[in-house]
Write a protein that binds this ligand. Structure first.
Ligand SMILES: [Zn+2]
Length: 299
């Protein structure tokens, strides 16, 4: 999964530290992440790399970097580049679209394509930085009084310069459920997904006031009209690309196994025998891992 980066170690502890030349400076533009391409490989740029594209702005950019996290002695920050500079950097939706791969290249790559790259530790850093950058972007003004905020020097938070309201990073918990029925598993196609082609598990956000287990029962009943029993937690996994945190569960169908689809959300829902379950190449999500383990008879 995306956060399984052993032997590397993630440390989200906030420290008040200035960026140095060897630290990673992540940069995003809308849903794109800035990539440096060199010698046939992709990397997240380090601070000193920006000297190639920034000239006189280099020191300003370095000083404006906002601290994010550490991964095994490597420090990560997020920055914003001046508009004129961003306009000169190409944006690609897919890696197949990248032209001019000769020598060095800088470009923004759509985060959903970036997640297909290797190594996983790079994808984890980029996706986690994306989550924090999105939170930073919506924390510029106070939600209570509308005044400007400024970063806290003590913790990962923004503080209102007028009323002192503190804004902390936000994570949206969501449950994802492998519903089994003897030798079959329930797979669905979700209308909200692009192209609506991927088979996946039933999932949904946890509502305020309910437990994760309650959310499992509610979402399963809403989306496919089933009741479940023997609900047990499998594993959980951060998903910075959508600001979510996925909590994986396994459950058995309880009683009638007739599926009643929530038509405005689910376009298809069907029981699949182990041997009918398609191969999954997604190595990042708890949902894919549960589907694969079921296929292999290990769930
Ligand atoms: Zn305020």
């Amino acid at each position: 999964m995306i956060h399984e980066i052993y032997p590397k170690k993630y440390d989200p502890t906030y420290i008040n530290r200035k960026a140095g030349d060897d630290d990673h400076l992540l940069c995003y533009e809308k849903d794109g992440i800035l990539i440096k391409y060199e010698n046939d490989s992709y990397s997240l740029p380090k601070c000193r790399d920006y000297q190639e594209i920034c000239d006189a702005e280099y020191e300003d950019i370095k000083n404006s970097a906002y601290y994010l996290f550490e991964i095994s002695g490597e420090y990560y920050y997020v920055i914003d580049l001046p508009e004129w500079l961003k306009e000169n950097i190409p944006y690609y939706r897919k890696t197949e679209d990248i032209v001019d791969k000769a020598g060095k290249a800088w470009f923004f790559l759509r985060i959903h394509s970036f997640r297909e790259l290797d190594p996983v530790v790079m994808v984890f850093a980029g996706a986690t930085g994306y989550h924090l950058r999105n939170w930073k972007n919506v924390s510029k003004y106070c939600g209570c009084c509308g005044s400007n905020t400024k970063p806290s020097t003590k913790e990962r938070a923004f503080v209102c310069t007028n009323c002192g309201h503190e804004i902390y990073p936000q994570i949206s918990p969501a449950v994802i459920v492998a519903i089994t029925n003897g030798d079959s598993i329930l797979l669905v196609r979700n209308l909200r997904r692009p192209k609506n082609v991927r088979l996946e598990l039933v999932s949904g956000y946890v509502e305020i006031g309910e437990s994760f287990e309650h959310a499992v029962h509610r979402e399963v009943l809403e989306e496919v009209g089933l009741r479940v029993k023997n609900v047990r937690m499998y594993k959980d996994q951060p998903w910075g690309i959508s600001g979510a945190h996925m909590i994986g569960f396994v459950a058995e169908v309880d009683g009638d196994d007739t599926i009643v689809r929530q038509e405005d959300e689910i376009s298809e829902a069907k029981w699949y025998k182990r041997e009918e379950v398609p191969e999954y190449r997604n190595r990042l999500s708890v949902g894919s891992e549960m589907i694969l383990r079921f296929k292999e008879g290990k769930l």
